[in-house]
Design a protein around this ligand. Sequence first.
Ligand code: ZN
Length: 287
Amino acid sequence: MPELPEVETVRIQLRHKLSGKTISAVEVFHSKTVAFDETIEDKLIGETVSDIDRVGKLMIFTFLDKSDLFLLAHLKMTGQFFFVDDNDVSGGGHSMTEADVRDLPNKHTRVAFYFTDGSALYFNDMRLFGYVKLATAAEVEKARAGFGPEPIDAHFDVAWFTQKLRARKTAVKAALLDQKFIAGLGNIYVDEALWRAGVRPTRRADRVTKKEAGYLAAAAGEVMNESIAVGGTTFQHFVDTGGENGNFTDYLKVFGQQGKPCPRCGEIIKKIRCAGRGTHYCPGCQK
Ligand SMILES: [Zn+2]
């Protein structure tokens, strides 16, 4: 499943490619993907993409001179976006193979957007949990309300985070996974951030010291930013690379590393269940 850094990578690349392009046609291959909205084509034809924003893993397309028309896109388990310009195909999202980009639109294409300059954007989704649907300003506001601030936000308030974290009585891992509290950290990135900060996932949040909370905020931001930097290569240029896939999983220190020695202290990394999720930590250096 694409985690937030992969979604952010897709957003940055798509925004770069699509801003200023005007939609000439929309083709819906599977109506569930557009929430069975039969008006989507009529409403989008002639509209120009102005930007792509994001809240959590939800991408929000905005349109030029339109204050009440948005397109929300969520990749969920298996969603992928492919952008085609002449013979040049690039794309990102769920990990992909050469077959995914062959003969677009193909059997996994759910929606296609065609632009007046001849380029096209395809949304492929094998499992059909993802969506690309129209929304009003009120609906976008409602979606935004479900997410706390992100550790990668330049304005992330560490003092606020420290106070709120230490007011919680759940395991610190559960607190960090709560998207309404802070957004953007999935299971992998929470384990990595806790390892970097030297805090055990099972520790109660109200027993995390102020100093440790500061380390955690910094570690969470670092893990996400590094993964976005690496994630740049998950948005692939198929003509050039033939589907080579760079991945942050090559850089993980504890996640999936159970049974291996900790890169910091040499203790053997353990896997347990915490906050209902498979959880990895080092019993030697995470207190
Ligand atoms: Zn260790």
